[in-house]
Ligand binder design. Structure first.
Ligand code: GLV
Ligand code: MN
Ligand code: MN
Length: 420
């Protein structure tokens, strides 16, 4: 069989073209989920896929599926990622996975290559969880981890619901989310960490994803005049938050090198120069590849919050809003990724993902796995995030070959069932 090759220039061109939708001055992208910019990139994706002869369907979480038919009547092999970004996101987180899948599909189309299973490119809604928490809510509903109604009721920080935002951009589709069986799912992504670059490997064969939990904490003190309120009479919620932030960092450091702990969002009220802060809202993110170790980190965190607030006479409410256990990807899908990298002669390394990904939720309802490519300095969730044209192309080539390898396995199984 002729070795199909993706077009590196075309892929790079499309990455740069779509990066202009929400492009920032510092060279990144700000394309929050379910905004007008998200609609614009979705419209772009739909038009491209339809030009390749695909049928594009949308589910009632806004997730988009672009299908190229196969020869057999079996569920599609899907591949893709997400087109939403962080507020100061880079050009590759998510976009690479969707556009590389589109490029792979285009390669099949141009070669007139017939697959056994239909092939689908997927754009999952709200992977980032930046505007609507938690992250990966489109794939989460797809995998029945959250209900659709629960997800639609989520509010952004200005009170707009997910459902209203979906309607506002016209992407609430007719298909019930989850009513869409897949034979398998593959996701290409930048590593978002430093390992592949440091070890000069082309491809990360991702065997699993670490466990992660998010917490929302509201600390309540008392607004007071900064000039007239003696130090011993204050109930400074921001000081309590500062102590929590320090302790979360310490919890991560104590669990190094695998554990990590971060407070990444904080809202201080009333946020005025001459008011002792009366209320702070903050979000903490704890992760570890081992669920038991994450339990220990969680207990330390609960103690840290209580210590910080009790010591300052502050009130506190705390809620765990997200919990994703550690997971291992499907061995057959992982084997297809490995075989695909070997076929192309690329160097590899097995790894566990530190970031969350849609493939993690999808793996609960379909065999799934991921491919990583290096990114410069391991930097991501940052406008300077960078992966070279060659690295993107290698990832896309492995993605295409992994899907074809899995398709051959499906076809063999299909024939064996027929003959047996
Ligand atoms: C998603 O990007 C996450 O890992 O939080
Ligand atoms: Mn991502
Ligand atoms: Mn991200």
């Amino acid at each position: 069989m002729r070795n199909l090759a993706i077009d590196a220039e075309r892929l790079w061109g499309e990455l740069m073209e779509t990066a202009a939708i929400g492009g920032t001055q510092k060279g990144g992208i700000c394309r929050l989920t379910l905004t007008d910019l998200d609609r614009e990139v979705r419209d772009w994706f739909k038009a491209k896929a339809e030009a390749l002869g695909c049928r594009v369907t949308v589910d009632d979480m806004g997730t988009m599926f672009a299908r190229r038919p196969g020869t057999a009547d079996v569920p599609p092999i899907a591949f893709g990622s997400h087109l939403d970004t962080q507020p100061t996101g880079g050009k590759f987180d998510g976009a690479l996975g969707v556009l590389a899948a589109l490029e792979a599909l285009c390669t099949l189309h141009e070669a007139g290559y017939e697959t056994y299973a239909p092939i689908e490119v997927v754009n999952w809604t709200n992977e980032e969880g930046s505007r609507f928490a938690p992250a990966m809510v489109g794939s989460g509903v797809f995998a029945r981890v959250f209900t659709r109604d629960e997800a639609h009721a989520k509010q952004d920080r200005s009170g707009v619901t997910f459902g209203a935002a979906l309607d506002a951009i016209g992407y609430r589709g007719a298909e019930p989310c989850g009513a869409h069986p897949l034979s398998a799912f593959f996701e290409l992504h930048i590593e978002q960490g430093p390992i592949l670059e440091a070890q000069q490997r082309d491809i990360g064969v991702v065997t699993g994803v670490q466990a992660m939990r998010w917490y929302e904490v509201t600390i309540t003190g008392q607004d007071a005049h900064t000039g007239a309120t003696p130090m011993n009479l204050r109930k400074n919620a921001l000081l309590g938050a500062a102590r929590v932030i320090e302790r979360v960092d310490g919890i991560g450091r104590a669990a190094a090198p695998f554990g990590v702990g971060t407070v990444g969002l904080i809202e201080n009220k009333p946020n005025s120069r001459n008011v002792v802060p009366g209320e702070v809202f903050l979000c903490a993110d704890l992760r570890h590849p081992d669920d038991d170790m994450l339990d220990t980190m969680e207990r330390r965190f609960e103690i840290a919050v209580a210590d910080a607030c009790d010591g300052l006479g502050l009130g506190v409410t705390m809620q765990k809003i997200w919990h994703q256990p550690a997971l291992r990807f499907d061995p057959d899908c992982v084997a297809s990724v490995r075989a695909a990298a070997e076929l192309s002669g690329y160097s590899t390394r097995d790894m566990v993902s530190g970031a969350g990904h849609d493939a993690a939720y999808v793996s609960r309802v379909a065999p799934a796995s991921m491919i990583f490519v290096p990114c410069r300095g391991g930097i991501s969730h940052n406008e300077v995030e960078f992966t070279s044209k060659e690295q993107c192309a290698k990832g896309a080539q492995v993605l295409l070959q992994a899907v074809l390898d899995y398709d051959r396995k499906l076809a063999e199984r299909g024939r064996a069932t027929k003959n047996g």
